[in-house]
Design a protein around this ligand. Structure first.
Ligand code: NDP
Ligand code: A1CAB
Length: 267
């Protein structure tokens, strides 16, 4: 079923989602309204046929689906603004980090919106290669299927329990930054052993992409794939073991834990 969507907060993530949805043909530009306070920055989207406005309440009233993509400290004010428009047949989706369904419902003051989704995509949504973790509360099966379809337009989706949403933020959303650091370190190493920066960047990024695709397409375990690269007494195992002596896996696990602790502490 075709629905209209109001993206409240047309920033990095909100605009990337709008672009991904129209690129895949899931929604036409005419079905999308984007809001932000400074609408001048939304004009290219208006030229594509989307509606732009700074009036959150009017945008929410006119749409079937409301997607909240503002910063965490802005969500409460926005919910209060759109609350009068939230009829029971509408869907509310929030990509806002760290704000629970329960908090959103209490901000609405009453159980006006039966279905609330939380989604945690990452910035690869811009090229429709996101990993999106999704949880839902009081949603009907057809609503869950529609939201699953929506996020599958911009990458892969998995449904999780809401209590894992902070963990999903760390692994799936912050994870993009961690992967970038891994690639950057490879580029630095590549330059030291003889490549120019551009060639080192290409080799590092495509090698990581290929490694990830091996796991995604074949469903194998990383260590199984590592065994295929490591010749006895060879250079791969020498490098891997040195990385482990220097705390490679341990530093990543500790970083992920520190990130998770920070999300919990900020609540
Ligand atoms: N970046 C990431 O990797 C991920 C981010 N998230 C979450 O997504 C949310 C958005 O992040 P991101 O897109 O990076 O942030 P941005 O700051 O790029 O976007 C937020 C947008 O909200 C707009 N805005 C602020 N207040 C209002 C308001 N009252 N009414 C309408 N629009 C408003 C801002 O525009 P203006 O100031 O003009 O109003 C801005 O364009 C955050 O909660 C973040 O935690 C989730 C997953 C991944
Ligand atoms: O670090 C942050 O604030 C957010 C959480 C997900 C991605 N960026």
């Amino acid at each position: 079923m075709s629905k209209t969507i109001a993206i409240i907060g047309g920033g990095n993530l909100g605009l990337s989602i709008a672009e991904g949805l129209t690129a895949g043909g899931f929604l036409s530009p005419g079905q999308i309204t984007i809001t932000r306070r400074n609408t001048t920055l939304l004009q290219p989207y208006q030229q594509q046929g989307m509606t732009i406005t700074s009036d959150n309440a009017a945008a929410a009233a006119a749409a079937d689906v409301i997607l909240l993509a503002v910063k965490p400290f802005q969500i409460r004010e926005v919910i209060r603004e759109i609350a009068p428009s939230l009829m029971a047949d509408k869907l509310l989706i929030s990509v806002v980090t760290g704000v629970s369904t329960q908090e959103m419902r209490s901000e609405l003051l009453e159980d006006k919106i039966p279905a609330i989704f939380r989604a945690m995509p990452n910035t690869a949504v811009a090229i429709r290669e996101s990993m999106t973790c999704l949880s839902h509360s009081k949603a009907k099966e057809d609503q869950v299927n529609w939201v699953l379809e929506l996020f599958s337009q911009v990458g892969r989706v998995v449904i999780i329990d809401e209590k894992l949403m902070d963990a999903a933020t760390v692994l799936g959303a912050c994870g993009t930054a961690y992967a970038m650091r891994y690639i950057r370190a490879n580029i630095q190493g590549g330059i030291e052993i003889g490549f120019d920066a551009k060639t080192a960047s290409l080799i590092a990024a495509q090698t990581v992409k290929g490694a990830a695709e091996l796991l995604l397409q074949k469903g194998t375990h990383p260590e199984y794939e590592i065994d295929k690269v490591t010749t006895p007494k060879g250079c791969t195992i020498a490098g891997l073991n040195e990385m482990e002596h220097q705390g490679f896996s341990s530093s990543l696990i500790k970083g992920i834990s520190a990130s998770y602790v920070k999300i919990q502490a900020d609540k």
